[in-house]
Design a protein. Structure first.
Length: 177
């Protein structure tokens, strides 16, 4: 992993978190225990402060950033899907940001809410707990079912397990170019 201090802003990564060696962690970033930060992820706490809660997975090629002087609080066991771009002020526990989704500045995502893949949450939108949103711009289309929550508990645990396994089982075996 490449970690960069930006002025007085220094990243903090909990010992039990796993951050890929191809991820960039910049500035005032806090990554809690059991977190997974995938390959190609960019976490930018250069202008503001970003807290990733325990067991949160930021999947490959996602970007998490926040505006000047702002704080982004991302709760426990949140999943930020592959290629997502997140500038949210708050994402509560167990929420899911789908692959390729975009969450614009000052948005707030409630607990167990789901932003479906590829959709856009506009600036300042508040998504209540347990709601599913789709569209460009995003609109609420219904509740997240108990069946979906059960599935996502399983998926979230996979990334916690991966965060614990990678340091012991992932081995760089060479350069290809």
């Amino acid at each position: 992993m490449a970690m960069y201090r930006y002025g007085e802003r220094t990243p903090k990564v909990a010992e039990g978190a796993c951050v890929s060696d191809s991820a960039l962690v910049i500035g005032d970033m806090q990554i809690a225990d059991d977190g997974y930060t995938g390959h190609g992820v960019v976490l930018r706490g250069d202008y503001g402060t970003i807290h990733l809660g325990p067991g949160t997975a930021v999947e490959e090629n996602a970007v998490v950033h926040i505006g000047p002087g702002s704080i982004s609080k991302i709760g426990a066991r949140v999943t930020i899907g592959h290629g997502a771009t997140v500038h949210a002020r708050r994402i509560d526990n167990f929420a899911l940001i789908g692959m390729g989704a975009v969450v614009i500045f000052d948005a707030e995502i409630g607990e167990w809410a789901v932003v479906a893949q590829g959709y856009v949450v506009p600036n300042g939108m508040r998504i209540p707990a347990g709601e599913l949103v789709v569209g460009v711009p995003a609109t609420i289309v219904g509740d997240v079912s108990e069946k979906s929550k059960h599935y996502w508990r399983y998926g979230k645990q996979l990334y916690v397990d991966l965060a614990h396994e990678y340091p012991h089982t992932l081995e760089k075996i060479g350069e290809w170019c």
